[in-house]
Design a binder for this molecule. Structure first.
Ligand code: SF4
Length: 192
């Protein structure tokens, strides 16, 4: 994963509601066309919309031009490094802001999407089905768990773990966390 804040921001915006495999194919040519914030700020909205058509979510074209323009005007062409500034940009919610802070600026912040929420709720036996961004207990736990100095590595590992091991159909039999996991313990008791 890139550690350049602009590249991280671009990737996160493109990944919104879009499968990662499609973004991975598309991303290199997009970056070649718009290698910096300044290039993106001067993009033509019709051309950008056309370029983004294969990915869907057409409002992204407008968001990208708007946020790049604001970064040029307000931040000297740089991606801001504070959550309150990032979340004022179009298309950037708290999840996207934290992903940019973590991978672009090496901050020890949590990144909680629905997949990470599923893992933490299972392991720690948390109740609740609210969207992660509105589950205060979950967000507090997730934030407390991030190891100091290793935020990017930890979050990348947790996202991979949520995708590869503790998915919708969890692979508990081969999971290194099974001894700690509430969900697993309860299922074992049910089976017995
Ligand atoms: S034991 Fe199962 S439910 Fe618990 S973390 Fe591992 S894969 Fe997920």
């Amino acid at each position: 994963m890139s550690t350049d804040p602009y590249r991280v921001l671009l990737a996160e915006i493109l990944l919104q509601r879009t499968p990662a495999e499609r973004v991975a194919e598309f991303y290199p040519s997009f970056l070649k066309e718009y290698p910096t914030v300044t290039h993106l700020a001067s993009a033509n909205v019709k051309e950008l919309r056309k370029l983004l058509t294969p990915l869907g979510l057409q409002k992204r074209a407008q968001w990208l031009i708007e946020l790049a323009t604001r970064m040029v005007k307000e931040y000297g062409g740089h991606v801001p490094d504070r959550q309150d500034e990032l979340t004022k940009l179009p298309g950037v919610g708290s999840y996207t802001a934290n992903a940019i802070l973590c991978f672009g600026f090496r901050r020890d912040v949590s990144i909680v999407d629905v997949n990470v929420a599923r893992v933490l709720r299972r392991v720690f036996g948390l109740q609740g089905r609210r969207p992660p961004s509105r589950d205060e207990a979950l967000l507090k736990l997730a934030s407390d768990l991030v190891p100091r100095g290793s935020g990017p590595e930890y979050n990348e590992a947790l996202l991979d773990f949520a995708a590869l091991v503790c998915g919708p159909e969890p692979r508990c039999g081969e999971c290194p966390l099974s001894r700690l996991c509430n969900f697993y313990k309860e299922r074992v008791v049910e089976v017995i």
